[in-house]
Design a protein around this ligand. Structure first.
Ligand code: SF4
Length: 63
């Protein structure tokens, strides 16, 4: 099964919280977002979170 690696570039993240609202796989800590699970079997809402990030800090890649 294809898996996906989810990551957030903390140098870009401005802590807007959009990803946390769009997807329960993101959590803000000290103003920066991180994935709860960094490897997932299904993209699901991670894609919407990535698409909705205003500074394109979220990457979703097949592994
Ligand atoms: S949407 Fe982007 S900028 Fe906003 S908290 Fe999430 S990763 Fe950070």
């Amino acid at each position: 099964m294809v898996k996906f690696k989810i990551s957030v570039n903390h140098n870009l993240c401005i802590g807007c919280g959009a990803c946390e609202q769009n997807c329960d796989n993101f959590k803000l800590t000290d103003g920066k977002s991180s994935p709860v699970n960094s490897e997932v079997d299904e993209i699901g809402c991670n894609q919407e979170a990535s698409d909705g990030c205003p500074v394109s800090a979220i990457s979703v890649e097949e592994i």
